[in-house]
Write a protein that binds this ligand. Sequence first.
Ligand code: GLY
Ligand code: MN
Length: 464
Amino acid sequence: MFDTKIYIQRREILKKSLGTGFILLLGNEESPMNYTDNQYPFRQDSTFLYYFGIDHPGFAAAIDIDEDKEYIFGDDITVSDIVWMGPQPSVAERAAKAGVKTSASLREMEDIIKRVIARGRQVHYLPQYRAFNILKIEHLLGIHPKRMKEYSSQLLINAVASQRLKKAPEEIREIEKALDIAYEMQTTAMRVASPGKNEKEIAGIMEGIAVSRGGRLAFPTIFSKNGQTLHNHFQGNKLKAGDIVVNDSGAETAMHYASDITRTFPVKGKFTNIQKDIYQTVLDMQLTAIAEIKPGVTYRSVHLSAAKILAENFIAAGLMKGNAEEAVNAGAHALFFPHGLGHLMGLDVHDMENLGESNTGYDNKTKRSDQFGLTYLRFAKELEPGIVLTVEPGIYFIPELIDMWKKENKFKNFINYDKVNKFKKFGGIRIEDDILVTTKGCKVLGKPIPKTIKEVEKLASMRK
Ligand code: GLY
Ligand code: MN
């Protein structure tokens, strides 16, 4: 946990932001895998962690702004629980560490909330993403699961989203710790991957690094020679000379702050000339994007600049034709770059995605596009100092998408399908770093991980 005063300050900001009302924040419960006592690893809700730091199942909290009262709700364990789990801090002790003076049982929580409702007061809650907590809200507030999202509090969503958007120095330090772990995962993978090994051997070593550093993976690792599938979680391929591998992986610290890094490298240590050309284009897209990041610029415009580099390079290489800017405005580049440039990162690897991207990545000035590719941009609005986000352009040759667009004659003025067809076995390349927006520009967080062709080939050639 951070120091108690950090949680107190965070709640003070939230209370000021809302001004009035009763806030209910639910922690997460254990989630059974196949029977009650065999559970998926516990992951606390990130907003609950942010305001209370209690990393344990079975808790809820409330903030009554009007009565200036805060509550932690939970049930103390019994001696028979201690037999299995060992001694645990009491609910009151956990509440004290979070700087909350009042603790109460879950039964008492029901009575307190009933009284709030009986007085005609609104209970502010956030959109829910776990079935168990949807049932809890239904039980406590009498809201049918189908209407749960509709009745969630827009005021609370806005307050939490704007507060969690900008990272405090202690949060940046945690993210950098997560990046230290990602550095080791990525550089180890480059060194140990070699022809004849299986993808899962390398993915397993990376997971071991994350766990041995006191945290765990921030998300299921994407380690695949079939990098043309954006989120390829299959790890059963044998690597061979000539393959390139997309390694999109990251760790979360014991405090649950994330890192999210992608590198693409040649299994045997050297890229082919064609792989080098495409790699360099992705790197140019990423470096151009990073150079443009500063307060006041929209991330949509940064995304479009990266897309324009792709179009210019592909026009020069004969894969595309026409005018680069017109091609990007029409969305033709999305055949090769069908996802957004990046997303917020913090306590969640896609930070606050549970609050809705329209609440975190878009606003009245920046509306979501419905164009294929651009529509997947998770954060598009103006950048502000303190924001942490990923910059992760990629180029992919997805045979099914190429075939479909060709059949539809889609963007035939911009795409040279005869040439593109020759790349259908190429795979994909993505390069990703985590960036902090500063007052003047931005900073790439963490120790630099080999990224230029020369640096990647040097590390990937070791011990092959
Ligand atoms: N690292 C996976 C993603 O950004 O979706
Ligand atoms: Mn990412």
